[in-house]
Structure formats: structure tokens, C-alpha cells
Design a protein around this ligand. Structure first.
Ligand code: NOJ
Length: 535
């Protein structure tokens, strides 16, 4: 476990509620995760990222924290957490935890004090404002959740509104108050002292708001999240002062050695997003646009090249195909495209993040409308371990998907052609490949159905189409198959033309004399990590 481990890491996102239930109450928990760590080890992931497990009234399924330094009893205890960290570390798996710093729960003691009285010392820990002259919300800011409308809620007892960028159960903290900063500083230390290897920072770009709480300009007033506008900026997110907080976090992380921060920064503008990673703040951030692309090779190429062009050469984004917030890969793109999608995510230049169940091709399983408590339940259903489900001995908090009998870990574990074994092969290959771990990236011209790129001395060619495609790879005659989405592809294949089956992806080693893109400076592709091969 040494130096800058995160740079080529594969993370595995666990939604604790849905991964494994150890006590039969139908809700996943920390001992359940500990008991299933061998699955993560066999997959080859470097770290797990845990969505929130803190005490919470669950207004936003744990993203509303009522105690930052504890574990919700439904998920276990701090001792269970420590045992999980120890068990993970003993397998060489690091532990990254979600931390929500933009807001707390409205049941957090800080907020209870804050709302108790206008003169309470913690009043200024949150963002309070007088009503507008007509008695309405202080300004035109909107909650990120459409169902919530305005981002303000009136507290009748004290006659002021408080800001909630998400649900009313999630009041925004006032990061301009140094006491808030200091309190959260202690929270970081609390978890780092317990051995966590990093944080995933929830909505990192939202930590600061306009101190005068001015309206958002009309051009962007309708936007619930970052809105890309050439000139006009929003006043409730992506303020320059956010970076001061993130820099301070980095200083704390660096004080602990090899720890890291991964930002959730839903910003659509590449240049703005690029300011959030690779500098002296967070090391990496999700490339949100990546999981928003349609299944179209050109769209992915544009999306990836767009951010790469605006990113410092030593900076790395994080690629994920799915998370607890979005529809699963298989449901968006189809099971037939899952292998190529996996190969793409795991061969790009950046951190990769696999959402639990993605590796077996779990699909969304939205419960009946009256049972759907959040609207995002469909992508949060319990992990499918075996033909009986294997998630709980009790009544699962969400019904398991109907395909659990066929789509499950046990059914795929020993099948060399399964999606699970493709993920394992790709991750193992990535771990052993200097080109994937440290090589640069440059995309290549190819037919519209194909997304092709070089990583060091490798060529990755991905056929997005449901039909075969053949094309001449410029500059070379042949390449050796390193990994393919098909098991029967091996040896040396022609590049004149390179023939790809429907929905096939290949990683080929090129002969050094005949690299495509030879006009590039030697083997130093853009972004090559030469300078940091050493920890
Ligand atoms: C992003 C999280 O991923 C999402 O689940 C949550 O609802 C919001 N942030 C608010 O914390």
C-alpha cells in the first residue's frame, strides 16, 4: 500500500443498505459488508467506497446526517466499522467513506440549537435569512430536487427561512463561519484516525454561497444544478471560495500520508469541472458527463476528449458507469453493451468506480410506485448473491429484482464467459499493465460505431454497434490481443482491417515500430504519468 495508490485505483461503491444483511432485519449493514469482502477482493478492486452509514432520519437515505461521528444502529456500531476496516486492510482493500459537508440533517444537534433561537451561538452555523418583503423565500434559489421547489423553508417559530439545497430535512451549513470549518475539521480527523483511506465529498462544489444571498441571474435562475453558461454564473454553487475549504481538507489528508479525496461535482462545464481536481485540493472528481452519455461511440469520445483537453496533464478524473443516483448501466445501455462499457471504463486514463451489482449486470428493478420511497429505489435494490437472493434471511427493505435467480454472483463466479469474470479479467489486466496504469491517452479516428484510443503502447477498440465493423487502423499491420470481451479472441490480429464483432471490445498491444498516431512525440502520449512513476 504505497504512494498515490488512488491514481490507478478501481473503487467499488457499496450502498450499505443494500449490500449484505447480517442480522436478518432486511437492511444491509457493516458486518454484512465485512462478511462479503472476499467478493471485492476477488473482483480485484483496490478500495471500497461506502455511501453514508451515519445516524440519519433517512430523509435522503443517509445523505442527511444527524451525527458525523457514529454509525446508525441499523448498520451496526463503531466497533463494527473498525472491524470492517481491519478486515478490508488485511485483504489489501482500502476504505473510502462518503462525507456530506454541505448540509446536515435537520435533526442534527447543531441544527436543533441553531433553529431554537435567533440568538443561539449556533444560529450562524446555518444559512438563515429574513423573508422577502412579500413574506416569501429570501431569493430565487431552487432545491436540486424538483419536488422540493424553492431551496428555502420558513421556520415559523423564529420567523426566518433556512437554506436547503436538497430536501427541507437537509439544512445547508454556513461554511463562512470558522466554527463550522473547525467542527468539520474534527470530523475528518475522527475518521482518518480510525484508518479510513479517503473521502468521497458529496456535492463538493456547493459548500459556499453568495454571502449577500443575491438572486441567481434570470438566465440561470431555472437551473437546479450547475448550469453551463458562457458568462453568467450561479450564486449558490461553484464559488471560488469553495476551493479554500478543499485545500484545507487536502492539508489534513496529506498530514496522514497517503489519503485522498474524490469529489462529487455535478458541473457540466469541462473547464469549470477541471478546477476541482489535480491541484492542491481534491485529487480527483467524478466526470459526471461520462455517465450521462447516450450509447454512442462519438458521444463518449467527445465527452472524454472534452475534459481531457481542459485538464492538467497530471490530473485524473474518476469514471463511473452507474451510482446510487442514476439508472444502472444495463438498464440504460442494454446487457449486450455491458462488456464494452466495462472495458471502456476500466481502460480509460483515470480512477474507475464500479457500483455494486454492476459487475454481474444487475438492472434497475423499480418497486411499485406506492413502495418507491425515494424515486431512485430502482437502482438501489439488494445485491444478488445467489439464486435465492442471498442478501438477507429476513424481509428485504426493497424487493430483490425478479432476475435474481439467474443474475447473481454464484451463477457467474465459475463461468469464464460471465460478465463478472470479464470485470475480474479487466481489473487484473489493468493492475498489471504499466500502459493502463501510467500511460497517456489519445483518441483515434475510427468509424462512427467505434471508439478507439491509445493508452501507451496499447490500442483499445470498442465496437458500440450491434453489428460487426471492420476498419483499417492507420500505421500498423497487426496487434496482439491482450484482453477481449470475447473469450475466443487471442493471438495476433490484423489491423488491415481490424475486424470487430458486434458489441466487441479489444485491448491490443501494438508493435512499437508501427504505432498508430506516430506523429505523437514518442511514447509520451498526452497525460503520460512518466514524472510520477515513482510514489
Ligand atoms: C449527492 C448524493 O449522491 C445524493 O444521493 C444525495 O441525494 C445528494 N448528494 C444530497 O446529499
Amino acid at each position: 500500500m504505497s504512494g498515490q495508490w488512488w491514481r490507478d485505483a478501481v473503487l467499488y461503491q457499496i450502498y450499505p443498505r443494500s449490500f449484505a444483511d447480517s442480522d436478518g432485519d432486511g437492511i444491509g449493514d457493516l458486518p454484512g459488508i465485512t462478511a462479503r469482502l472476499d467478493h471485492v477482493a476477488q473482483l480485484g478492486a483496490d478500495a471500497i467506497w461506502l455511501s453514508p452509514f451515519y445516524p440519519s432520519p433517512q430523509a435522503d437515505f443517509g445523505y442527511d446526517i444527524s451525527d458525523y461521528e457514529s454509525v446508525d444502529p441499523v448498520y451496526g456500531t463503531l466497533d463494527d466499522f473498525d472491524a470492517m476496516v481491519t478486515a478490508a486492510h488485511s485483504r489489501g482493500i482500502r476504505v473510502v467513506i462518503d462525507i456530506v459537508m454541505n448540509h446536515t440533517s435537520d435533526e442534527h444537534p447543531w441544527f436543533l440549537e441553531s433553529r431554537s433561537d435567533r440568538t443561539n451561538p449556533k444560529r450562524d452555523w446555518y444559512i438563515w435569512a429574513d423573508p422577502a418583503p412579500d413574506g416569501g423565500p429570501p431569493n430565487n434559489w431552487l432545491s436540486a430536487f424538483e419536488r422540493c421547489g424553492t431551496a428555502w423553508k420558513l421556520d415559523a417559530a423564529t420567523g426566518q427561512y433556512y437554506l436547503h439545497s436538497f430536501t427541507p430535512g437537509q439544512p445547508d451549513l454556513n461554511w463562512r463561519n470558522p466554527d463550522v470549518h473547525a467542527a468539520m475539521h474534527k470530523v475528518w480527523q475522527f475518521w482518518l484516525d480510525r484508518g479510513v483511506d479517503g473521502f468521497r465529498i458529496d456535492v463538493a462544489h456547493r459548500l459556499m454561497k453568495d454571502p449577500q444571498l443575491r438572486d441567481n441571474p434570470p438566465e440561470v435562475a431555472h437551473a437546479r444544478r450547475h448550469f453551463s453558461h458562457p458568462v453568467v454564473r450561479q450564486r449558490n454553487l461553484d464559488l471560488p471560495e469553495v476551493h479554500d475549504v478543499l485545500r484545507d481538507l487536502r492539508v489534513v489528508l496529506d498530514g496522514y500520508g497517503d489519503r485522498f479525496a474524490l469529489g462529487e461535482v455535478p458541473i457540466s462545464d469541462d473547464a469549470r469541472l477541471a478546477t476541482y481536481f489535480g491541484g492542491d485540493g481534491m485529487q480527483t472528481a467524478f466526470h459526471i458527463a461520462f455517465w450521462e452519455q447516450p450509447w454512442d461511440a462519438r458521444a463518449f469520445r467527445r465527452c472524454i476528449d472534452g475534459l481531457v483537453a481542459r485538464t492538467r496533464t497530471d490530473a485524473l478524473p474518476t469514471y463511473a458507469l452507474s451510482t446510487h443516483d442514476i439508472s444502472r448501466t444495463v438498464s440504460r445501455y442494454g446487457i449486450e453493451h455491458a462488456p464494452v462499457a466495462a472495458m471502456m471504463m476500466l481502460t480509460l486514463r483515470g480512477v474507475a468506480c464500479v457500483y455494486y451489482g454492476e459487475e454481474i449486470g444487475m438492472a434497475d428493478a423499480p418497486p411499485a410506485l406506492e413502495q418507491d420511497v425515494d424515486g431512485r429505489d430502482g437502482q438501489r435494490t439488494p445485491m444478488q448473491w445467489d439464486a435465492t437472493g442471498g442478501f438477507t434471511t429476513g424481509n428485504p427493505w426493497l424487493p430483490l429484482a425478479a432476475d435474481q435467480h439467474v443474475v447473481n454472483v454464484a451463477a457467474q463466479a465459475d463461468d469464464p464467459g460471465s460478465l463478472l469474470n470479464l470485470y475480474r479479467r479487466l481489473i487484473a489486466y489493468r493492475r498489471g499493465s504499466e500502459d493502463l496504469r501510467r500511460g497517456g491517452y489519445v483518441s483515434l479516428d475510427s468509424p462512427a460505431e467505434v471508439f478507439a484510443y491509445r493508452r501507451g503502447d496499447l490500442l483499445v477498440a470498442l465496437n458500440f454497434a450491434d453489428h460487426p465493423v471492420a476498419f483499417d487502423v492507420p500505421g500498423d499491420a497487426a496487434g496482439r490481443v491482450e484482453v477481449s470481451t470475447r473469450l475466443d479472441r487471442e493471438g495476433v490480429v490484423s489491423m488491415r482491417p481490424l475486424e470487430l464483432e458486434a458489441c466487441e471490445g479489444v485491448v491490443l498491444r501494438l508493435s512499437v515500430e508501427n504505432l498508430p498516431g506516430q506523429n505523437l512525440p514518442g511514447q509520451n502520449l498526452p497525460g503520460q504519468d512518466a514524472a510520477e512513476a515513482a510514489p
